[in-house]
Design a protein around this ligand. Structure first.
Ligand SMILES: Cc1cc2nc3c(=O)[nH]c(=O)nc-3n(C[C@H](O)[C@H](O)[C@H](O)COP(=O)(O)OP(=O)(O)OC[C@H]3O[C@@H](n4cnc5c(N)ncnc54)[C@H](O)[C@@H]3O)c2cc1C
Length: 361
């Protein structure tokens, strides 16, 4: 089966979903392809910062997402020896310190507001395998597997919004530089005890950051930095002393932790790295979000940067500019901001322990 659209967007993450909305709103025909059978299936970043919130609000998408469920963080607390020794409250004008938005709610909210555009289609369960290139070296489409059937989509522009392990980037032979940051991350999710306030809490365990994020629906997400590459070794050790450190850092959670984190299987490992591409695209093809600049989880910038990329790219595209679009214009508009975020992440990671100890003493 063959399909045709002005723009083919690969990946219905935050970047791909928002770009689909903005381009369809401008009257471009858009086909959005997502390999998963449902939106927001992969576990991803879910903290919206002020920049991400502003993007959603400026395109009248925030209300739709809010209706599906989100949670505003009321304070940030630093813990030592089981007690909060410092509390940061939000600026009164802002009223919160970031917002937890389940990825599924964010994506469904955006795409719900997009579905009514007649020239927009979203194909789930559709994995892109290859790019189609013409005799002049311009990319003109993709080959994908949709529910097991091979399909082709021709488009004037292909957008690789397909995340940190981007197929589009690989197929277009766009070089990537990866940087390790000295740590990996263990994630776990537990129910929040009664009366738990929407907050972010931080502790320091053997020089490593341990963070708790309250989530929509009465959950707490635990993010625990561990030394880079140490998980295989950690897994061989007994679990109880490790998990006891978590209960000691946050005694209010001791019972919940004991009940809900009972083995290493209750943790998900995130291989932490950042990446950078010298080129953000080529003829007929553009990359955005994690596909072109993966970030570490520090400071929760990745999701927000993907939204900002989508907004910026959409501002450059319309029916008239599509055929002559120059990826350099997009890269120039976004690259410096991305480099600054990456530098900020490295600085935060390198100074967290020292700053924490200074604050606590
Ligand atoms: C565990 C984890 C925690 C994180 N925590 C935070 C946080 O708290 N705050 C924050 O701001 N950022 C966080 N990040 C980063 C954030 O999730 C990403 O920066 C953000 O999701 C990037 O959005 P994206 O649209 O570029 O890509 P993604 O969200 O990765 O979306 C890419 C989409 O493309 C699809 N796809 C991939 N390959 C194909 C293919 N071949 N064909 C079709 N579809 C395909 C994927 O299924 C996916 O839906 C975290 C990341 C991870 C992995």
């Amino acid at each position: 089966m063959n399909y045709q659209a002005d723009v083919c967007i690969v990946g219905a993450g935050p970047g791909g979903a928002l770009l689909s909305h903005l381009l369809a709103k401008k009257g471009l025909s858009v086909i959005l392809l997502e390999q998963n059978a449902a939106l927001g299936q992969a576990f991803r970043g879910e903290h919206l910062n002020e920049e991400g919130e502003a993007v959603l609000k400026s395109h009248q998408l925030f209300e739709a997402v809010e209706e599906l469920g989100l949670l505003r963080m009321e304070k940030l607390e630093y813990y030592v020896e089981g007690r909060a020794f410092k509390t940061i409250l939000p600026d009164e004008a802002v009223g919160h310190l970031g917002i937890h938005v389940p990825q599924a709610n964010l994506l469904k909210g955006i795409l719900q507001e997009t579905q009514h555009f007649p020239h927009f289609s979203c194909f789930l369960n559709t994995k892109v395998k290859k790019l189609i290139v013409d005799s002049l070296g311009r990319y003109t489409g993709v080959i994908a597997s949709k529910n097991g059937e091979t399909i082709e989509i021709s488009s004037q522009l292909i957008i690789g919004a397909d995340g940190r392990y981007s197929t589009i980037r690989k197929e277009a032979n766009i070089e990537i530089q990866k940087h390790k940051h000295g740590f990996d991350l263990l994630w776990a999710k537990i129910p929040a005890p009664d009366g738990w306030e929407p907050s972010i809490k931080m502790a320091l365990i053997e020089d490593m950051q341990l963070s708790l994020f309250t989530q929509v629906g009465g959950f707490i997400q635990i993010g625990w930095n561990i030394h880079q590459g140490s998980f295989p070794q950690l897994r061989k050790q007994t679990f109880t002393p490790f998990i006891n450190q978590l209960s000691e850092a946050f005694p209010e959670l001791a019972e919940t932790v004991k009940t809900h984190i009972t083995s290493w299987h209750d943790f998900v490992l995130l291989d932490v790295f950042s990446s950078h591409c010298y080129s953000w695209g080529t003829k007929g093809l553009v990359l955005l979000g994690d596909a072109v600049h993966t970030m570490t989880p520090t400071g929760a910038f990745g999701l927000n940067s993907a939204l900002k990329d989508a907004e910026c790219l959409a501002s450059l595209l319309n029916k008239d500019t599509l055929a002559h679009f120059n990826v350099q214009d997009f890269q120039q508009m976004r690259e410096q901001a991305i480099d600054e975020v990456l530098a900020k992440q490295i600085e935060k990671e390198q100074t967290f322990a020292v700053n924490f100890i200074n604050m606590a003493s």
